[in-house]
Design a protein around this ligand. Structure first.
Ligand code: KIV
Ligand code: ZN
Length: 414
């Protein structure tokens, strides 16, 4: 293990929190295997986790949070295997979660240690409601525990991230005090979670900017966003955060995670990619692996991706309405802001249904290898509309069947 020290970006070394950086890089921290797996019904076996971790490496995320080693022997084993198999010199940093106590941190270190870039992610809550009702700790105890935990994690030579759980509902001045203690004790990433998905984009941006302005020495660290989707704002909040100076975004494939889930990785990445001139930021993610990664996660947890899900839903690049299909056939830019190929959706495109027009039908039949005359197309179109009225979407099999009948009819005519 090569210790990842100080640096302006913890694991990557080329990003800072400065909003003025032109086209700075956003580090993508994937927590599908930790926060994602905490969602009801989303547990995965070690083999599945390993397969997903390999795929996340192909996707070229910067950090894989592989689990919470102190939670169970199974979690420890999965993190350890992933650190050994996926955490090579060219692979992502491998991270494990630990509460702010020695036992968790020790257990976490033994799990992540084989990785070339090993990260210990220490978490302690900073909101009054969590400190009083969950932790039973005073503010000064939380500051002291943060410093002790981060120092202990650093003593192994690990890269240390500190998360102020429920930061979005914390007193900002106290949050700054805790993050300052974490930074001074050796943390290189300061994570500011909206644990309960309560924040709005403007508020969350102000919170991130406040950390950038009020934590002395924060230039030496990476500020990180971690948003939950309880109000459907996780991606919007994450994007507001990077505009305000965050340089790491924590997210999950398909947005899986506690309750309503986390910010969806594919949405954050494609927003930054598609609107690069607007954000002036980029990631290292291999976007053509997004669809494959989404499908793998969906198969492992047995939860389908909704068809209208942005980027990876089955309908995300499908045009059914006749006017849209006509436009797309003439020039894809009429209705497409990004291409299906960019996210690895090959062979997906026009979906035929009752709103589809003649142009789309001709294009689809040509794609299937048929060159129909105008007369044949007219006959096929009539039959197609009759069937589409009864059946919502028509697949290739339906079209081939229709064409067989259509050809008979054409023959009868001649
Ligand atoms: O939502 C949260 O606060 C978390 C922390 C462990 C970062 O998942
Ligand atoms: Zn979370």
């Amino acid at each position: 293990m090569t210790p990842v020290t100080g640096g302006r970006n913890g694991s990557n070394g080329d990003a800072t929190h400065s909003v003025a950086d032109a086209d700075a890089r956003i580090s993508i921290f994937d927590t599908t295997l930790r926060d994602g797996e905490q969602a009801p019904g989303c547990t995965m076996t070690l083999v599945e986790k390993l397969g997903i971790a390999h795929q996340l490496a192909r996707l070229r995320v910067d950090v894989v949070e592989a689990g919470f080693p102190a939670a169970s022997n199974g979690d420890w084993a999965a993190v350890h295997e992933i650190a050994k198999e996926v955490g090579g010199a060219d692979g992502p940093a491998i991270c494990g979660l630990a509460r702010a106590n020695q036992r968790d941190i020790d257990r976490c270190w033994t799990a992540v240690e084989p990785a070339s870039r090993a990260r210990i992610h220490v978490v302690l809550a900073t909101s009054d409601v969590h400190m009083e009702h969950k932790l039973g700790m005073t503010r000064s105890q939380v500051v002291a525990a943060t410093a002790a935990a981060v120092s202990h994690a650093r003593s192994f030579g690990a890269d240390v991230e500190f998360s102020a759980e429920d930061a979005a509902r914390s007193d900002p001045a106290f949050l700054h005090e805790v993050l300052t203690a974490a930074l001074q004790s050796g943390a290189t990433t300061l994570n500011v979670p909206d644990t309960v998905g309560y924040s709005t984009p403007d508020e969350y941006a102000a919170l991130i900017a406040g950390v950038g302005a009020n934590v002395p020495g924060v230039d030496r660290a990476t500020i990180s966003a971690h948003c939950h989707d309880d109000l459907g704002l996780a991606v919007a909040n994450s994007l507001a955060a990077v505009r305000a100076g965050a340089r790491q975004v924590e997210c999950t494939i398909n947005g899986i995670g506690e309750r309503a889930g986390n910010a969806a990785l594919e949405e954050v990445v494609m927003a930054l990619h598609t609107r690069r001139p607007f954000f002036g930021l980029h990631t290292s993610v291999e976007t053509r692996e997004l669809a494959r990664t989404s499908r793998l996660v969906s198969e492992c947890i047995g939860v389908d991706v909704p068809p209208n899900k942005a980027i990876v839903g089955a309908n995300a690049f499908a045009h059914e309405a006749g006017i849209h299909q006509d436009g797309v056939l003439k020039n894809r830019l009429t209705y497409e802001i990004m291409s299906a190929e960019t996210v690895g959706w090959n062979g997906v495109g026009l979906v035929l249904g009752k709103h589809s027009g003649r142009h789309a039908l001709r294009a689809k039949t040509e794609a299937l290898g048929y060159a129909l005359s105008d007369e044949e197309l007219t006959l096929l179109f009539t039959r197609f509309k009759e069937l589409a009225d009864r059946k919502k979407l028509l697949d290739e099999g339906d079209l081939r069947a229709l064409m067989a009948v259509g050809t008979e009819a054409v023959r009868e005519l001649s």
